[in-house]
Design a protein around this ligand. Structure first.
Ligand code: ZN
Length: 127
């Protein structure tokens, strides 16, 4: 059985929900990289990893349809539009500084939030 990476998640709850949705459709899946991501949850964006969900290559197309049927996209907090774009960090030096400090202190840096811009109403919001 050849496996392919279906998607990656930021936390194990999200990964388990997707795995449950896949199981409901009779698709077997494997969760990988869960321990590292749970130990350093805020390193996902920096390291480009996250919790990976692997499926059999033969089930991949059907599994993608299951994931897309469950909408997990970001919506605007003002008008609920799905037409949002992620904005780059304004102060990258501050973000890198927080990362370095938390690496040396062995603690998570939970105050780095993603910024989004709504293309419909023009609102800026953080998640
Ligand atoms: Zn909006």
């Amino acid at each position: 059985m050849k496996t392919v990476i279906l998607t990656s998640c930021n936390n194990s709850v999200e990964a388990k929900l997707i795995q449950g949705n896949l199981a409901n459709e009779g698709i077997d899946s494997i969760i990988s990289n869960e321990n590292y991501t749970s130990l350093y949850p805020n390193m996902n964006g920096a390291m480009g990893s996250g919790i990976q969900i692997l499926v059999n290559e033969a089930d991949a197309e059907r599994a993608l349809k299951v994931i897309n049927a469950n909408d997990r996209s970001v919506h605007c907090t003002s008008c609920n539009s799905a037409d949002v774009t992620q904005q780059p960090k304004k102060n990258m030096l501050k973000v890198v500084g927080i990362m370095i400090i938390s690496l040396f202190s062995s603690s998570a840096f939970g105050n780095v939030k993603q910024k989004y811009h709504c293309n419909n109403c023009g609102a800026d919001f953080e998640i």
